[in-house]
Design a protein around this ligand. Structure first.
Ligand code: CP
Length: 313
């Protein structure tokens, strides 16, 4: 297997080249088949150790990193932050140094503050993988979204992608904007004015348009990506009520009809049914929400393999 991604850490999509992104996606394609086997295990990372260090709640990312490590035969350790020495006043860096002293090969970290994975990468000998840092980036989510789009559309270049919802607080939006524009898609974003940043300084590529409303963003789209309202990151009221949010910004079947007839619907989860997405849309054949979760395991196998320098199966 070629190693298209030669960095030690995966901290974000922003600094990756298009070739590196495609390389990770192609590597993930090789691991998809393992997840379809009856015995879902290969010896690729035997003898390697992966620590999952999650300071925020997670269902999909944490489980799929653990499954990815185990299916590659690595030893996977999950650290529960509530029962760790962090609750006794230990600093984050001291925690990282102590974990590093046990010689793990990779530490997967999620934290509510932007930049924590980058800080850990400076002091750790282990590879650091960002599993979501505040509102900054969620690189493996963007990679699994890209894998889902490639699988169903055959390409990413020249696709029209609508990203709708709480753009301001969304690390998923930032990583996707970086990835999709690097691979040649055009993006329209829409949401409440209070939740769409008016400066996109964080962008490397600029093929992005802020639509006046959700209908304009979705009109003619190939892909409709709906974001969760990040209530845990909202320090004030950004819209009057959830009911009004659903009326003005929620993805209904009527709004989806504005997209191309073969448009696909993505949502990173966890979803708020009846708020940002109507239940009938979430459960429709155009919704690929569970495919995203499925591809998440293969993407994370690829990331662990590339970050730890594993041997081909
Ligand atoms: N998409 C995502 O990050 O989901 P979790 O919070 O469940 O990991």
């Amino acid at each position: 297997m070629d190693k298209p991604f030669r960095r030690r850490d995966l901290l974000g999509i922003r600094n990756l080249s298009a070739a590196e992104i495609v390389g990770i996606l192609d590597t993930a394609e090789n691991f998809r088949e393992v997840n379809a086997r009856e015995i879902k295990k290969v010896p690729t990372l035997r003898g390697k150790t992966v620590i999952n260090l999650f300071f925020e709640a997670s269902t999909r990312t944490r489980t799929s990193f653990e499954l990815a490590a185990k299916r590659l035969s690595a030893d996977a350790v999950n650290i529960s932050v509530t029962s760790s020495a962090l609750t006794k006043g230990e600093t984050l860096i001291d925690t990282a140094l102590n974990l590093d002293a046990m010689s793990p090969d990779c530490i997967v970290v999620r934290h509510s503050s932007a930049g924590v994975p980058h800080q850990l990468a400076k002091v750790s000998k282990a590879a650091i993988v960002n599993a979501g840092d505040g509102a900054n980036e969620h690189p493996t989510q963007a990679l699994l979204d890209a894998m889902t789009i490639r699988e169903h559309k055959g390409k990413i270049e020249n696709l029209q992608v609508a990203i709708v919802g709480d753009i301001l607080h969304s690390r998923v939006a930032r990583s996707n904007i970086h990835l999709l524009t690097k691979l040649g898609a055009s993006i329209r974003v829409a949401g409440p004015k209070t939740l769409v940043p008016n400066d996109f300084q964080f962008l490397v590529e600029k093929d992005l348009h802020v639509a006046a409303n959700v209908e304009e963003a979705i009109d003619g789209a190939d892909v409709v990506m709906i974001l969760r309202i990040q209530r845990e990151r909202q320090d004030s009221a950004y819209f009057p009520t959830l009911r009004e949010y659903a009326v003005h910004y929620g993805l209904t079947q009527e709004r989806l009809n504005l997209a191309k007839s073969d448009a696909i619907v993505l949502h990173p989860g966890p979803m708020n049914r009846g708020i940002e997405i109507a239940s009938d849309v979430a459960d429709s054949s155009r919704s690929l929400i569970l495919d995203q979760v499925k591809y998440g395991v293969a993407v994370r196998m690829a990331v662990l393999y590339l970050a730890t320098g594993g041997n081909p199966a």
